[in-house]
Design a protein around this ligand. Structure first.
Ligand code: HEM
Length: 417
């Protein structure tokens, strides 16, 4: 670490951030030989940090807050206004318990069973003459399963449109222009639909199991005993549906890995002990998804010879931390076996955030993501035979979120029972 923190007061780096995407923080940390640097984004001073020590600081609730850290444009597309991601303290913990109760182990096993059935039933409808886009098919399957599991009534014919809206919200988060507005419209449309469903559940016009996500969110009461406003309840329901559907991104990258590394596919087919778990973990580490996270300094403090002033914006580098040479040997090599003997901590492997699950903002859907990713990868390796036609499978680290350009086209599909 450097004793002097590189400060770039001018010019503003917003354009560089847009140009460099996932590599914006890693490039500068490498250049300055520092885990920290200060820059300006949209005119505001931002401290950017990378690595597990930085993650430990970032997830310290005494030092950091999320209040006012999330730009409005991200709330209008990716997360929704005033959702759990923007909360702090007791109200956050209370709301987090709601999400964790929805994600209990027997519940996520139920969801996994639903998904296994859906992969089979969708695959049976794919014919040898079809040419399909895996990202779209996976998103539809995940969205369909998420609706069944959550208790949301949906016709099969409406699944694709909802999946498209949910993926558009995610696709908007690093975008400017049409991609951003597509995400905003998708959010407005979906919040309307879900608000209507919440209202009907409350009026008992739709009856759902008491342990379903829909019921729990519709009847959740905050620490003051109040129901959530119907729109906010809709936003939190989307906070379940959208990220489950977003696992399609990891599945698409996973299919790319199966294609590029046939040895991994062989091991997956053989079903070697724990291999599918290691494969899923390496997909989450190696491929880009969340680029960085933002928080604000709650109380002044000194760290790594830098004075963090109350109210300053701080970015934690996710992509770079998952490729940090101090943690990962040959980080730019795809190697699932690195997960066979791993003695980690809550700050050194953070594709879905770090720190404490209950007290902090770490993603409550991590186990669910791993489980559904394993199911999809095992299904593709063992139960599908397919051809990968010529296409552009490259992906750019400048585009947030990253995705293979063709979104993985496959044909000559055969389901193997
Ligand atoms: C939070 C990533 C899947 C629900 C987060 C955070 C990240 C993340 C980076 C922020 C952590 C922070 O702010 O410190 C991902 C990725 C996923 C995924 C890459 C894979 C597709 C899921 C799933 C669910 C979910 C499947 C639920 C079914 C949430 C919620 C939060 C969150 C509710 C907010 C937690 C809080 O603020 O306390 N996720 N996630 N995520 N995720 Fe996920």
């Amino acid at each position: 670490k450097c004793s002097r923190i590189p400060q770039k007061t001018f010019p503003d780096s917003t354009l560089r951030l847009l140009m460099e995407g996932y590599m914006f923080i890693p490039n500068r940390c490498k250049k300055y030989k520092s885990d920290l640097f200060v820059t300006r984004i949209m005119g505001k001073k931002v401290v950017c940090m990378t690595g597990s020590d930085a993650a430990e600081i970032f997830y310290n609730n005494q030092l950091m807050t999320r209040k006012g850290a999330l730009p409005k444009r991200i709330q209008k597309t990716l997360f929704g206004k005033n959702a759990i991601q923007t909360m702090d303290g007791i109200s956050h913990r209370h709301r987090k318990r709601l999400f964790l109760s929805i994600m209990e182990i027997d519940k996520i096993e139920d969801l996994n069973r639903i998904m296994k059935k859906l992969w089979k039933s969708y695959a049976k409808t794919w014919s040898h003459n079809d040419t399909l886009i895996l990202f779209d098919e996976a998103a539809a399957i995940l969205c369909h399963g998420a609706c069944i599991w959550s208790g949301i009534p949906i016709k099969k014919t409406d699944v694709k449109a909802l999946a498209k809206d949910l993926t558009a919200m995610v696709d908007a988060f690093g975008a400017v222009g049409p991609r951003y507005y597509k995400g905003r419209l998708a959010r407005i449309r979906t919040e309307c639909k879900m608000k209507d469903i919440i209202t009907k559940v409350r009026q008992q016009k739709i009856i759902v199991p008491y342990d379903s996500a829909l019921f729990r969110i519709a009847f959740y009461r905050d620490p003051y005993g109040r129901l959530l406003d119907a729109k906010l309840a809709a936003i939190e329901l989307i906070n379940i549906l959208r990220p489950i559907t977003a696992i399609a991104t990891y599945i698409t990258f996973g299919a790319l890995a199966l294609y590029k590394y046939p040895r991994c596919k062989e091991k997956l087919v053989k079903g070697k002990l724990n291999y599918s778990h290691m494969f899923a973990q390496e997909i989450r580490r190696y491929f880009p998804f969340a680029p960085f996270l933002g928080a604000k300094v709650k109380n002044d403090f000194l760290y790594s010879k830098h004075y963090f002033k109350k109210g300053s914006l701080v970015f934690l580098d996710i992509y770079g931390s998952n490729h940090d040479r101090r943690i990962w040997e040959k980080p730019y090599r795809f190697n699932p076996s690195r997960f066979s003997f791993r003695d980690g901590n809550p700050y050194d492997f953070i594709p879905q955030g770090g720190g404490d699950l209950e007290k902090g903002h770490r993603c409550p859907g991590e186990w669910l993501t791993i489980m559904l990713l394993k199911t999809a990868m095992e299904f593709m390796a063992k139960n599908l035979s397919y051809n990968v036609p010529l296409q552009d499978l490259s992906y750019s680290l400048r585009r947030i979120p990253a995705i293979p350009k063709s979104r993985f086209i496959f044909n000559q599909i055969k389901y193997i029972p």
